[in-house]
Design a protein around this ligand. Structure first.
Ligand SMILES: Nc1ncnc2c1ncn2[C@@H]1O[C@H](COP(=O)(O)OP(=O)(O)O)[C@@H](O)[C@H]1O
Ligand SMILES: [Mg+2]
Length: 222
């Protein structure tokens, strides 16, 4: 029973450094039927060909950051931001409110589920209001992160290290975590951890719902 129809009873924020395994772990929750809201995916859709953010981005930065097919040219944008430190903030000023609106829409659409997971890569870095009931951090050693991203994106080590340098540290993320998924090992080690968290989250929701019910109803439910 959901007393607040605009969102699931429990909203989990999932984060982790680049290459830690956020997408891999989120997909395992998805396989258990948990609604996933992926802010990275939303950002890509907003800035894809014909994406709703593209008119504002074109007006702000001009045609040089727009690829032939109409998507945001990320390399051109990066190059522009490299010479103009304010550019990143201006891009975020366009994107972040739109990401927020679409995230809220998807959270509302998941309202009948006991809980939902919102994947936010820079959750610990963001200064905004914390609207999650719990934060789960996907964790692995920094060297492992670097190796995975070098392999996944075909990037040189120095470039991966440069990305890591502007993210929160492993210790900062762990300090913000209510729950941790250890992804420093084999992918096979994830399933049991994800299933344990899934059981735990469902139990929280059940307990929460019981507390909100009068005792008589509570008795009749068990
Ligand atoms: N436990 C693991 N062992 C080996 N490779 C992994 C493991 N977990 C994830 N990967 C791989 O590492 C890369 C980064 O994982 P991904 O889930 O994309 O991370 P993120 O979404 O946090 O950037 C991907 O290519 C993924 O397939
Ligand atoms: Mg990912």
């Amino acid at each position: 029973m959901n007393l607040n129809a605009s969102r699931p009873l429990l909203l989990i924020g999932l984060t982790g450094g680049i290459g830690s395994g956020k997408t891999t772990v989120a997909n395992r929750f998805g396989a258990l039927g948990v609604p996933l809201i992926d802010t990275d995916l939303i950002a890509h859709q907003l800035t894809g060909p014909g994406g709703p953010a593209m008119p504002a981005i074109g007006a702000e930065f001009g045609p040089s950051v727009i690829a032939a097919d109409g998507r945001l040219d990320r390399d051109a944008m990066r190059a522009l931001a490299f010479g103009d430190p304010g550019a990143r903030k201006r891009l975020e000023a366009i994107l972040h409110p739109m990401i927020r609106v679409e995230t809220d829409r998807q959270v509302s659409a998941a309202a009948s589920s006991p809980y939902a997971i919102v994947v936010i890569p820079l959750l610990v870095e963001s200064k905004g209001p914390k609207r999650f009931d719990r934060i789960v951090v996907v964790d692995c050693p920094v060297d492992t992160q670097i190796e995975r991203v070098m392999k996944r994106n075909g990037l040189p080590r120095a470039q991966v290290e440069a990305i890591l340098a502007v993210q929160a540290t492993r210790a900062q993320r762990l300090a913000a975590a209510d729950d941790v998924v250890d992804n420093g090992g084999e992918p096979g080690a994830l399933q049991a951890q994800v299933e344990a968290l899934h059981r735990r989250y469902l139990a929280f929701v059940k307990d929460g719902a019981l507390l909100q019910n009068p005792p008589r109803e509570r008795d009749s439910q068990t």
